[in-house]
Design a protein around this ligand. Sequence first.
Ligand SMILES: *Cc1c(COP(=O)(O)O)cnc(C)c1O
Length: 373
Amino acid sequence: MYEPVALQSDPALFLAANSPDMPVYFFAPTILDAHLAQFRAGFDGLVTFAVKANPDEAVIARLCAGGIAGFDVASPDEIALIRRLCPVAALHYNNPVRSRAEIAFGIAAGVASWSVDDAGELAKLIAAGVADCEIAVRFKLAVGGAAYDFGAKFGADEDAAVDLLRQVAQAGFTPALTFHVGTQCRDPQAYVTYIHAAARIAARAGVTIERLNVGGGFPSARDGTPLDMQRFFDAIHSAVDAFPKRPALVCEPGRGLVADSHAYGVQVKSLRAGRVYLNDGIYGGLSEFPSMIVPRFHVVSHDGVARCGAADPRIVFGPTCDSIDQLPNPLPLPFDLEEGDWIVFSAMGAYLNGVTTRFNGYGDRFSVTVDHL
Ligand SMILES: *Cc1c(COP(=O)(O)O)cnc(C)c1O
């Protein structure tokens, strides 16, 4: 699927020099390094990476070389990927629904922490012989603030979490709590609300938790304004005062760690009145566009010159023959847009390469390492 190309200084130079006939995924490793350094310096706990956000081997290897302590994994394939590329890192198996075969795979791989949100799933872990590890109870609240609500699928409500946490402690596991505020969360207060609820749950259960995993959800600069990540860390650190004995902290950013280090270039195949046809769409690298804020972008001509014409909103279609392969809202493209121009979207490092389909024979792209974006 990938055609790695040697280092280029930036996207416009690469596009002008190579005229690729497919979308191009740009990766600036130095930006990833800077984001990891920010998390490691600013967050007072274990920083892990949620693999599903970007399972690209270059990304995983770079994080491993940068000293990341662990990975949030959700399947045997992700476990095998991490064991191959970063053998010393801790594995946190935080998909709370697992088949018995998947549990056996996790035990054999030495998973250090498992999350549960249901008594039946805890019973499966115990029956499989899971031992000498942490079990984190995943709970959910009805709070907003994020672009996408993770609580809709996973998480025990508060009362159920109290019961589960008691069971985890009674069964002899290292008790922990975890949550996910929802992805691209722009409000530090969402973490505070969850952490206060975690303290309540632990108190009601009568259990002293060893660790609190505050999950992912940290925002990228997708909508233009990079948020000060330290504000999130500071809010988290002071909210933990709600516990009588401070638990150790874990975070598992996906988007917040990796999104800003990638850009995605798609080319204009055809122009019609009020309409633009691109060489990728919602079945490929733009799959998040229907459910999320469309990221910042700039436009360059096929020979690398920036297009600066006034915005002229156009309906945008992807390359497949399916009529739903269309962006949800008109895109404010420059009026002087031409066939062959490139639209380069920013902050595209998360939830792109893991979710691209081969529908209609599309899905190929170049992968290019750049100095800067
Ligand atoms: C997806 C996921 C993450 C990462 O979420 P982001 O919003 O990308 O930071 C973290 N933890 C769990 C359990 C997840 O499923």
